[in-house]
Design a protein around this ligand. Sequence first.
Ligand code: 0X9
Ligand code: ZN
Length: 306
Amino acid sequence: ASYYERYHSLEDIYYWINKTAQEHPDMVKAILIGSSYEKRPLYVLKLSGRQERAEKRAIWIDCGIHAREWISPAFCLWFVQYSLNFYNQNNDITEMLNSMDIYVLPVMNPDGYKYTWTTNRMWRKNRSSSKESNCVGTDLNRNFDANWCTKGASNRPCDEIYCGQFPESEPEAEAVANFLRSHKDSVKLYLSIHSYGQMLLFPYSCSNEEVPNHAELFELVQEAAMKIRRYYRNNYKYGASANTIYLAPGGSDDWAYNLGIHYSFTFELEDRGRYGFLLPPSLISKACNEALLALKSIALRVIQKT
Ligand code: 0X9
Ligand code: ZN
């Protein structure tokens, strides 16, 4: 199996980030956007093709918000590698990189990811603590400022869906929010990669309200799911988060939407529960190819629209 068909430790991923940026100085730049609670750096890889316009639009993709969802960082690595290998070979990725810069954050929650490798494979949250509680960790996907800590999140630090002390209390969430705030005019498409469940989701998750462009977003995920069905004979559910998965406030996708990034999605990759978070390495390539197909389908539509 290739490097991309295996899971990698946090140290390996940092090494890979550095090496990838060094080996492709023409297309890749590593940008430090902040650091984690335990002071690990948060690096974003900026991918760019041939510059077509001065005002360049952009895509944001983050992986590894939740520590135990190992397929998520694996997808970010897969996607970067695919982009670099197939730029000027595959029409879709070439068009994407010619019209948009792509920001990729491979591991939003490095402290939690590290902890799943050393201590507890099923850890979800980050690793922050306060003197108010003996419990560790905030759910970074409940820490954003979108109906923060209402129904679907918890204010108890021991819970898996603890929302944190206040919106963006966690340095990982704050770093992402700051970066997106300062790039909100260029970023047209926001994508957050999770597992598991096989779903293509869009806002809102923080309320049962429909977003103004609900029908448009529905068409995009419907088309992407249809392609996955056709090419990989696999079924993905799709729809607005609150109805498709559950009510869950404080998520990055809803927050990005409200910031003005009106093409905002969360993908839940394979599987549907047979292995769950423990997806075997032999299934990485299928999971990533499905997500890649969905991403390309949606991104090419967004390029036409924006
Ligand atoms: O609950 C979550 O944060 C995500 N599911 S997971 O099993 N990967 O934890 C779903 C996120 C959907 N979007 C929002 N809740 N905003
Ligand atoms: Zn998740």
